[in-house]
Design a protein around this ligand. Structure first.
Ligand SMILES: [Zn+2]
Length: 301
């Protein structure tokens, strides 16, 4: 598939050494990228039209003000900010927005947004779980504004994307499919929260590749074939890996490869564009290997 990567060093400036969500994560994830000759495009800042469709103006202003006047600090016990955080977050969301625009203009078939800070926990009015702005939700809103009527978001991060689910909970144009460790942080993502376009698949700790093969080989494929989306957006959280310090799902390199293959093949079979945006993943060496697996598959499928 014709693929582009969106990346900029601005994503390294939001940083707190020794915090699990630090800039080295992204460096390790991208370590193998030079072996592949993908075009690497620069992001743009997010448009206020898309940003304000997902987050309240008060919240956006408070993030900007905190970073400018009161940094460094914490928005919640997990989520730090420094003087660059607002800018990094604006470009992370803007990367996903630009990726969606490129795909819908048929410039590429696949885009991978290698961004920080991650996004899927960010709520309308607050930062949460290392996330400032909800990058994938902002990308989906951009697609809706450009006239797309059916969007499929698949989120394989070890944690439930509470912010993404809440953004689209009553919008049947967006299907949200999430696999995540449960019960676990952030507490949401039970089957009871499912509706006709929200499909949470809670996964017990220790489940490993077998469970993920069943879910992505069967349930995921059926859901996407039934919904018939025009675009797929992926919250790519590699913290489901067995070496990750923040989860206990026991998924191996092979399991990660299987999940990515199923997702890429589903886009290929439906002949629709697909965008990935980086969410979690906190073991450097697992991230490096998962990055390489991802880029190999983007080359070969
Ligand atoms: Zn996570």
């Amino acid at each position: 598939m014709k693929t582009a990567i969106i990346y900029d060093d601005v994503f390294l400036k939001h940083d707190l050494p020794k915090h699990p969500e630090n800039s080295l994560r992204l460096k390790y994830f991208l370590k193998s990228l030079p072996q592949f000759d993908f075009p690497i495009l620069k992001p743009k800042p997010v448009s206020f039209e898309s940003l304000e469709a997902v987050h309240s103006k008060n919240y956006i202003d408070s993030v900007r003000l905190s970073c400018r006047e009161y940094s460094p600090g914490f928005f919640d016990p997990d989520t730090y900010y420094n003087s660059y955080t607002y800018n990094s977050a604006v470009f992370a969301a803007g990367a996903v927005e630009k990726g969606v625009e490129l795909l819908l203009n048929n410039k590429y078939e696949t885009v991978f947004c290698a961004v920080r800070p991650p996004g899927h926990h960010a709520e309308r009015d607050r930062a949460m779980g290392f996330c400032i702005f909800n990058n994938v939700a902002i990308g989906a809103v951009r697609a809706l504004l450009l006239g797309i009527k059916k969007i499929f978001i698949v989120d394989f991060d070890a944690h439930h994307g509470n912010g993404t689910q809440h953004t689209f909970y009553i919008n049947p144009k967006v299907f949200y499919f999430s696999t995540h460790q449960y019960p676990f942080y952030p507490g949401t993502g039970s089957k009871e929260e499912n509706n006709e376009h929200i499909l949470n698949i809670p996964i017990q700790e220790g489940s490993g590749d077998t469970k993920y093969k069943e879910v992505y080989g069967e349930i995921y494929r059926k859901s996407i074939e039934t919904f018939k989306p025009e675009i797929i957006l992926v919250s790519a959280g590699y913290d489901l890996h067995k070496d990750d310090p923040l989860s206990n799902l026991e998924v191996t390199d092979k399991g990660v490869r299987f999940i990515l293959e199923q997702i890429l093949l589903s886009a290929k079979e439906l002949s629709i564009p697909i965008l990935f945006t980086l969410e979690g993943g906190y073991n450097f060496h697992a991230l490096e290997r998962c990055g390489k697996i991802t880029f190999q598959l983007l080359k070969s499928i």
